[in-house]
Structure formats: C-alpha cells, structure tokens
Design a protein around this ligand. Structure first.
Ligand SMILES: [Zn+2]
Length: 250
C-alpha cells in the first residue's frame, strides 16, 4: 500500500463516519518579501488553500504588509517577538521561556502585537505561534489575559482549550528534517505523520491537523510535496483545509 493510499483510506474512514477532518496550513518565519515568499503565495493562490503565515513582529517590514494586503485568504499569526533564543546550550532554543522575567516576555509580546496590528490590520489574528514551537507552560494562562485567543505549537495537543475560551490548534507534519541538515523529510515520513495525526484525531476530539512549512528553508522536494498534499486534500472527501480564522476565532 502506498503512503498516499493510506491517506485516502483514512479520509474514507472520516467520510464513512459522516465526519470531515479539519486540516490547516501554517508557514513560519515570514519577515519580508522575496522570491521564497512569492513562491509561497503562488502556491497558496494556485491550490486555493487557506494560508496562515506566522510573522516575526520585530522584523516584519511594510513591504510584507503591502504584499499580503493584496492576498485574500492569508491570515497573519504572531511568531513570538524577535525569534531570539534566550536559552543557553545545550538547552533547547526558546524565546518564550523563563530565562527572563515573565513581565519582560509578555511586554515583548504586547509590543509585537501592536506592530502586527499596525502593519496587517484585520489580517492579523491574536494567535501566538512560539518560535521553535516552545513556550514555558506557566506563561500559557497569561496569554488570554493579555488578549490572545489561541496558541499554536507542534504535536498532539493536551487540551483543546488550555484556558476556557483560549484554543490550542497545533501543527503535526513538519516538512523539514532539521536534525539532518534541513532537507525535505521525504514523502513517506510526511504522509505517515499526517495519517497518524488524522487517525489519532478521529479517535479523540477531532483535533485539527496542521501542515507546517517554512518558505525560507524548503528544498524542491518539500515544495513539490506541499503542492501535492494541498491538491490532494482539495479533491478528497472527508478532508477539508480550513482557515486559521475559522479554527481559532469562530
Ligand atoms: Zn520560527
């Protein structure tokens, strides 16, 4: 059985149960315009797949804001503040950790949100995407207190709402093999992760399943796969690609 067939079989199980699996697409690390962003937006337009773009507020440019303003179907999420690592090796990289006082971290996030609101207006959603998908657990309940509606990291979520009314909607399929130098993980690995995430979601709370791309870091294989999987979801009953706005804000 091919990996693609496993995906279609899993989609059929959703459909046969009278359900539709929610998928979504998050791309990280946007700061400016350029050929990689053009390629990303071309793919978004050609596949008609809704795109959630995680933007680093401290480095986001006016040119990026102008480019996105012309693109319907792109939601902007907040990717931390400056994508700065505050951990000391060998600890894992983290911006939103406990290396600094919480007030400083939250202050940065507030400053970042104001920048996103100014640049992207209503295209920006108050949803936090922590750099390296990492945030100190103790900081999570403070996010809704300062206005955030949702959180997005990587892997199966523990709770749909870490705080009442505050949603966590993660990504589950990373196209890049960071440990092996940053190439594409390969079709088989990506599809296996996708099918496993869908199967787990079907047996639990219907957690939306996220595809994670990095337009600045992808090789040809990753781009080709991303196109194939977005096109497959469009034509497969039982699967539906949703906007971040629908998933987090409705
Ligand atoms: Zn990042």
């Amino acid at each position: 059985m091919t990996s693609w067939q496993a995906l279609f079989d899993e989609a059929a199980r959703w459909r046969d149960a009278g359900r539709t699996a929610d998928l979504w697409w998050r791309d990280d690390d946007a700061v400016d315009v350029g050929p990689a962003l053009d390629r990303l937006l071309d793919l978004h337009r050609e596949t008609v797949a809704p795109l959630a773009l995680a933007v680093v507020p401290a480095q986001a440019t006016t040119a990026l804001a102008q480019r996105l303003a012309a693109e319907p179907g792109v939601d902007v999420l907040q990717h931390g503040y400056a994508h700065t690592n505050h951990a000391t090796p060998p600890d894992k990289k983290i911006e939103l950790g406990l290396q600094r006082p919480a007030m400083i971290v939250l202050g940065d996030l507030g400053t970042g949100w104001l920048a996103l609101e100014r640049l992207f207006a209503a295209q920006a959603l108050p949803v936090m995407v922590p750099p390296w998908n990492r945030i100190a657990e103790i900081l999570v309940p403070t996010l809704p207190e300062i206005g955030y509606r949702g959180l997005s990291t990587f892997g199966p979520r523990r709770r749909a709402e870490p705080v009442r009314g505050f949603r966590q909607i993660n990504t589950h399929v990373d196209l890049i093999d960071w440990k092996a130098g940053g190439g594409f993980v390969g079709e088989k690995v990506a599809l296996t992760a996708l099918v496993e995430a869908l199967t787990r979601s079907r047996s639990r709370d219907g957690e939306p399943i996220g595809l994670l791309s990095h337009h600045l870091a992808m090789d040809g294989g990753a781009w080709d796969f991303l196109r194939s999987v977005l096109e497959a979801t469009k034509t497969t009953q039982g699967l539906s690609v949703r906007t971040a706005r629908e998933l987090f804000m409705s």
